[in-house]
Structures are given as structure tokens and as C-alpha cells.
Design a protein. Structure first.
Length: 572
């Protein structure tokens, strides 16, 4: 007699088939991923997954604890780190797909390092929150709703602080029960309020374009104390006392500092550096004119530091790249990489000249970083530039495809990936003065065009396979160079392009375009892709849902880096 399965047995059989089907799909995906990874250069996955550091590191007064921002898998996280243990702990993060974007960061340590404050957005409530943490343990103690456009926070005392928006300032006091509450709100103080500075428990200062103003929070009523007329105002910070500011200005010859009294008197004017093209990130500090910057001149790369007790400028050689400098007493903190290593948070003792990496961004042993060689060149406008070459030491005698770019001397996984994929990578440094002084003059075409002339003479360069890389507004310079020399490059790599070349001028090129679709670029880039393909070009378009113009999460960066590797390896 034929037996029929019971309903329970039939359900179990169906469940087993379903589980088996899911298992087959999972196994198949694992196999496909393994096969894809087998075709990638060793260490590529580790390179692609290195997390970038964001904003500025914030050391406490004693220089033994640090708060910093770094990419997480899905957004940006704020971390607290005791420098004795060097074990960061995550305080909170903002998801990249959050509607409020990346409105977070370290907001400052209180006097004596009792507290520190950070800002975190709340997408559900469309608000921004100020979190108050214990300065010793990093434990969250209190929360306070703040303005959505919160920009800076300064402590007035251990029981009070003030924060700024684009145009105004609010003060906050600690209550008897340990909570914090808003006290006063000063609106319409500036068009663009920057460098909020506490001169005392009652007096605040800031800059607004060329103007320097102060406010006594006890009586209200802001007043202007100085205005730059022939120079550009760059930065203000507290001077030696409650009645003094240290002011950083720029003129045609570079940067200079002076002391500004609140009655308008100026004293101790001091030139920072003459070669303005080779100065980056001047960070001034009070208590005697103190400042630090990254100098890159024909003598090499070095941190230039001036401390109150020193008679002149001290140069501390640095073999690598750096950004986001913070001078705190005699210690200098920055994000950077040492030649042959991966990025991290570094501390420099400016007295001894010794460096220490206090937060590691990854393991150099796992990555196998390609080292760089540096040189000097003259661009097509007659200006001196630094450039760097990266290429794998393997197969030294073989011809290699070439990747050309203009970037700051900072860590970028894409250049390391290209070198590991067998490319000769040449990068000209963007002029330092252009990184902070208002609008960015475009010298991309002049710089990269001259760089090609140099690299074309390299014995390993295959000039029939040249590729150009540019990101954001640098793509306008790339488009200019393609228009001027349409036959120079075989392919283009455009990250978050703000400008696109004329498809009719591309002449059978291979292109990689990546962008976040939330920036409104999807339709523009798809239309360009259609026109470029119709003109005989091959276009790979990577649109990343939920990402803005510039990525703000590790997963998005990893996806871009992986697609870049695949694109480079597909080229002939």
C-alpha cells in the first residue's frame, strides 16, 4: 500500500528543503567571494578596510587622554582613549545613512580635565545632543539638547560652557542635581561665527570674516575690537591673559602672528614662514607665541614648531604625511602615517623630537605598505611642487601602467592599492597655501600635466596605459587636462565628480565613476554614462545608496576601494 507523508512530516521535509536551499546559496556566495579574493593582490582586502580618521584629535590639558573621530563600518564614531593603555573605547557614532549627516565631534575638555563634551545627532528627533562625559573614565554623565547647527563649544568653567552656531552663541550652566540647562541665547552676532574662544569665565571672542569681536555674557552686547583691512584673517586663539588674543593673518608673502589687546593695540608681530606654498596647517597657541605647522620645502618634510621658551623655529623631521595638527603645550598631535606604515594618531614631543603612534589605524605587517620616493618638479606655470612615486618593488624591469593624481601628502588607500595592482603611481602635492585660504585655485592640470612629462621618462612607465585620478572639485582640473590633451590618458577615475569631461573628447577611454546617490548625482552620472558609451567609451558607474557627496563610513570606503582594484586589474 502506498504511504502518504503526514502533514507534520511533510512540513519537516519542506523545511529541510528550504534550509538546504539557503545553505547552497550561502556556500555558493562564499565560494564566489573566495574566488574573487584569490584574484586580488595580497593585502588588498586589509588595505580597503582601513578606517579613516576624521575631524581633529582632542587631547586633554594633561596630554594623557585623547578623544578622536574615526570611520566605523556604518558611519563615524567618536572614541575616548587613555594614552597609557592606548585602548580606544567607542563613545557613540552617527550612521552615514542618517538624515542629519555627520554633525558630530569632540567639543572640548573642561578646566582641570574634569569633563569633556561631544556632540551627537538624533535623526529620530531631528536634533543635536551635547553629551557630557567624565574626564577620568569616559563614562556618559548627562545629555543636553542643543542647536542642530552646533559648531563649537568652549568651557567657561567646570560648571559652565558656551557653544556657537553659524550666527549666535548659547550659554549652559550645571544645575544642583548635576544636569545641565541653557541659560542665555545671543542671536545674530555674526554672519559666519568661527574660532569661538573663552578669554575668561565671562568673556568670549570670535572671528567673523575679517572682524574680531568679543562678548561679556554677564551684560550682553557684542563689540568689534579689530578688523583686517589689508590682510586675510585666518585664526584667533587665546593669548597670555584675559585681555589678549593671538591672531593669525595671511598676506602675499605668507602668514604672520601678532598679539591683539581687547582695546585694539597690536604687539609682537612675528612672521611665521616666508615660503607660503610650503606651509600647511598653522596652529597657534597662547602663553607666549607658540605655533606649529607642516613645512614641505626643498630641505624635506618637517614639523616646524615655535614654543615660548625657544628663541627661534625648531624643525622636527617627519618621514611621512600628516594632517589635522593640534598643538597642546609641548605636545603635537596629528593624524598621519610614517613612511612604510599605515595611518594612525600620532604624538610628537616637540622638546625631544620623538614620535609615538598612540592609536593604530591597522597593522602594517598585514598590509605590506608600498614605500614612496619623493622629488621636486616645476609645473607648467613655473611653480615648484613636490611629487611622490609609488610602485611595487617586484618586476622592476617590467613596463607598468601609470596612475597620475594631485593630492595632499596624506594616507589614501587607493594609491597603495594601485601600486599593489602593478601600477606606477605618481602624485603631485597640492600647494599647501591652498588648503585653508578660501577658494582653491585650480592648478591640477598644470601640475599633473608636468608630472606626466617627468614620469614618461621613468624606465618602468608604460605611456600607452596612463590613467588619471581626481576627486570632487579636482575633476574640473582633470576635465581641463583631458580637453587640452585628449590622447594623454587611456582612462579616468573620478570619485564624487563635480565636473565631467566632454564625452566627444574622450576618444575610447575606460572610466570609473563613483558617487553617493543622495547627493543628487544619480541622474547626472547616468546621463553622462549613456553619452560616453555612445561616443565609444567604456564606463563603470558605482552609485552608493545612502552616501553623500563624500563618504562617511568604512563600508562605503571599502566598496569604493574594492571597485577601484577590480577596475585597475581589468585594464589591458
Amino acid at each position: 500500500m502506498k504511504q502518504h507523508a503526514t502533514p507534520i512530516a511533510q512540513r519537516n521535509w519542506n523545511w529541510a528543503w528550504a534550509c538546504g536551499g539557503v545553505l547552497v546559496v550561502v556556500v555558493w556566495k562564499v565560494i564566489l567571494l573566495a574566488v574573487a579574493r584569490l584574484g586580488e593582490p595580497v593585502g588588498l582586502a586589509v588595505l580597503a578596510e582601513l578606517r579613516e580618521f576624521k575631524q581633529e584629535p582632542a587631547p586633554n590639558v594633561a596630554n594623557d587622554r585623547l578623544v578622536f573621530a574615526q570611520d566605523t563600518a556604518e558611519g563615524i564614531g567618536v572614541y575616548y582613549c587613555d594614552l597609557a593603555s592606548m585602548q580606544p573605547q567607542l563613545l557613540g557614532e552617527q550612521k552615514e545613512r542618517g538624515s542629519l549627516g555627520r554633525r558630530l565631534g569632540m567639543l572640548g575638555w573642561s578646566p582641570g580635565d574634569k569633563w569633556f563634551a561631544c556632540a551627537f545627532p538624533d535623526d529620530q528627533r531631528n536634533e543635536q545632543w551635547i553629551h557630557i562625559f567624565d574626564g577620568q573614565s569616559g563614562k556618559l554623565l548627562s545629555r543636553l539638547g542643543g542647536e542642530l547647527g552646533l559648531k563649537q563649544l568652549v568651557w567657561l568653567s567646570n560648571e559652565a560652557f558656551a557653544y556657537s552656531t553659524e550666527t549666535g552663541i548659547r550659554t549652559v550652566l550645571q544645575q544642583g542635581d548635576g544636569t545641565w540647562a541653557h541659560r542665555r541665547n545671543y542671536q545674530s552676532l555674526a554672519k559666519k561665527l568661527e574660532d569661538l574662544t573663552a578669554l575668561s569665565a565671562d568673556v568670549l571672542a570670535w572671528r567673523d570674516g575679517p572682524k574680531v569681536s568679543v562678548l561679556d555674557v554677564r551684560v550682553g552686547g557684542a563689540r568689534e575690537v579689530w578688523c583686517a583691512t589689508t590682510n586675510e584673517l585666518v585664526q584667533i586663539t587665546r593669548g597670555r591673559g584675559e585681555q589678549e588674543l593671538l591672531v593669525n593673518c595671511r598676506d602675499a608673502s605668507g602668514q604672520w602672528l601678532f598679539r591683539l589687546q581687547l582695546d585694539g593695540r597690536i604687539s609682537e608681530r612675528e612672521r611665521v614662514y616666508e615660503a607660503s606654498d610650503f606651509v600647511r596647517d598653522v596652529r597657534a597657541m597662547g602663553r607666549g607665541i607658540s605655533y606649529a605647522f607642516l613645512a614641505n620645502d626643498p630641505g624635506g618634510c618637517a614639523f616646524a614648531v615655535k614654543l615660548p621658551e625657544s628663541a627661534g623655529l625648531k624643525l622636527i623631521p617627519w618621514n611621512g604625511g600628516a594632517r589635522r595638527l593640534v598643538l597642546n603645550g609641548s605636545k603635537l598631535f596629528f593624524y598621519g602615517y610614517e613612511e612604510g606604515s599605515v595611518p594612525g594618531v600620532w604624538e610628537c614631543d616637540t622638546v625631544s623630537g620623538e614620535f609615538k603612534r598612540v592609536v593604530a589605524g591597522g597593522s602594517s605587517a598585514k598590509v605590506g605598505v608600498v614605500r614612496t620616493m619623493s622629488g621636486l618638479m616645476t609645473n607648467r606655470s613655473g611653480q615648484v611642487r613636490f611629487y611622490r612615486l609609488l610602485h611595487s618593488p617586484k618586476a622592476r624591469d617590467e613596463k607598468k601602467p601609470v596612475l597620475l593624481a594631485q593630492e595632499m601628502n596624506e594616507w589614501f588607500a587607493g594609491f597603495q592599492i594601485a601600486a599593489r595592482c602593478g601600477y606606477l603611481v605618481a602624485v603631485v602635492d597640492r600647494p599647501f597655501e591652498h588648503t585653508w585660504a578660501g577658494d582653491l585655485p585650480h592648478t591640477w592640470a598644470e601640475d599633473v600635466g608636468a608630472l606626466y612629462d617627468i614620469v614618461a621618462k621613468h624606465p618602468n612607465a608604460d605611456t600607452n596605459h596612463v590613467y588619471l585620478y581626481a576627486c570632487s572639485r579636482d575633476t574640473s582640473g582633470m576635465s581641463q587636462l583631458v580637453s587640452e590633451q585628449p590622447a594623454l590618458a587611456k582612462g579616468l577615475i573620478c570619485y564624487s565628480p563635480s565636473a565631467l569631461p566632454d564625452p566627444a573628447r574622450l576618444q575610447g577611454k575606460n572610466l570609473l565613476l563613483t558617487s553617493g546617490d543622495s547627493a543628487g548625482d544619480s541622474e547626472r552620472l547616468r546621463n553622462f554614462q549613456d553619452r560616453a558609451v555612445q561616443s565609444g567609451n567604456a564606463v563603470t558607474l558605482l552609485l552608493q545608496p545612502g552616501s553623500g557627496h563624500m563618504p562617511g563610513s568604512g563600508n562605503i570606503e571599502t566598496e569604493r576601494a574594492t571597485e577601484l582594484s577590480r577596475f585597475l586589474q581589468r585594464q589591458e
